[in-house]
Design a protein around this ligand. Structure first.
Ligand SMILES: NC(=O)c1ccc[n+]([C@@H]2O[C@H](COP(=O)([O-])OP(=O)(O)OC[C@H]3O[C@@H](n4cnc5c(N)ncnc54)[C@H](O)[C@@H]3O)[C@@H](O)[C@H]2O)c1
Length: 288
């Protein structure tokens, strides 16, 4: 069993009991980590329902019979905002933003109040306001928002978290998709470019964080019907194609991704960094 005892993990992009972030957070806690969740400000009350309501109890059971999912805290953060000063005034009246404490800087400050150090940072966030529009139709504004929220946020989160990671040999893991390297017509709104940037950024950042002993890797996950993926529109087609044409002849589960994340956060992967690990039943190796 991989042991993460005495390690603290911050898992961003958790909104429900379906997405990759939820499953990654659970396996990290099962391995012994102290887990802090971060969610978009608008989905906080929804996430709290999944964490507390009896009817979701089964989904809170940890892998390896390690008890029940009990994150140390839930912290709201809009990863498109670096500091409280940068919050656009029109957002202040929106649900979750009222206290103007949802920037990346606020997230890391609140994390530091809960734990003096940080060993694991999971970036499981993606958004495009025009995800249903094709790459040909996407507007400049939506393209830039996709890059800001889905890619630049990895740089901003990492930079902000570094003081908490001092001397911890931390592991940073992000989530990408094959459209970064192949043409996937269904994957619109600028998200393919955002994933290409995310992978490129992880390679570049691995050099800078590596000097401090930290690692940064990306999991390129196969398609899976999460809340975000369903908004793409053709996710079932993408899942069926993976199942039919991947070497393993199956689609992937969130547990496959969580298992790989656990490996990348553990001491079993201490010389692996700057890597894009495909967790897609082998789909990416196929030529036809
Ligand atoms: N589901 C798939 O098919 C698939 C495949 C490969 C990679 N991924 C990636 O996995 C990661 C997690 O996605 P998921 O599929 O589990 O869906 P998800 O909906 O569970 O996760 C996406 C999260 O991003 C959050 N988010 C969006 N904008 C935000 C913002 N401005 N600030 C903070 N949080 C914000 C959402 O609230 C949500 O929690 C994403 O990076 C996604 O691109 C998903």
């Amino acid at each position: 069993m991989i042991a993460l005892r005495s390690k603290t993990a911050l898992v961003t992009g958790v909104a429900d009991n379906v997405g990759f972030g939820w499953h990654i957070a659970k396996i990290l806690q099962a391995a012994g980590a102290n887990v802090i969740l971060s969610c978009h400000p608008r989905v906080r009350s929804m996430l709290e329902r999944f964490l507390t309501k009896d009817k979701y109890q089964e989904s809170r059971l940890l892998p390896f019979n390690k008890g029940t999912f009990t994150p140390a805290a839930v912290i709201s953060c809009d990863v498109g905002i670096d500091t409280a000063q940068a919050l656009p005034a029109e957002l202040l009246s929106q649900k979750g933003y009222e206290n103007n404490n949802v920037s990346i800087q606020d997230l890391i400050e609140q994390t530091g109040e809960i734990s003096a150090s940080l060993d694991i940072l999971i970036h499981s966030v993606a958004f495009s306001p025009e995800v249903t529009k094709s790459h040909l139709e996407v507007s400049r504004g939506a393209y830039l928002t996709a890059m800001s929220v889905s890619s630049y946020s990895l740089i901003a989160l990492t930079r902000a978290a570094l003081p908490l990671m001092q001397n911890r040999q931390a592991s940073i893991v992000g989530l990408s998709y094959l459209a970064s390297e192949r043409a996937v017509p269904f994957y619109g709104g600028g998200m393919a470019s955002a994933k290409a940037a995310l992978e490129c950024d992880a390679r570049s950042l691995s050099w800078f964080v590596g000097e401090m002993g930290h690692r940064m890797n990306i999991i390129s996950a196969g398609p899976y019907a999460s809340r975000a993926a369903k908004s793409i529109g053709d996710i079932e087609t993408m899942i069926d194609a993976t199942a039919a044409r991947s070497p393993l002849r199956r689609s992937i589960s969130p547990q496959d991704v969580a298992n790989a994340a656990l490996f990348l956060c553990s001491d079993l992967s201490t010389a692996i960094t700057g890597e894009v690990l495909h967790v897609d039943a082998g789909y990416h190796v196929m030529g036809v």
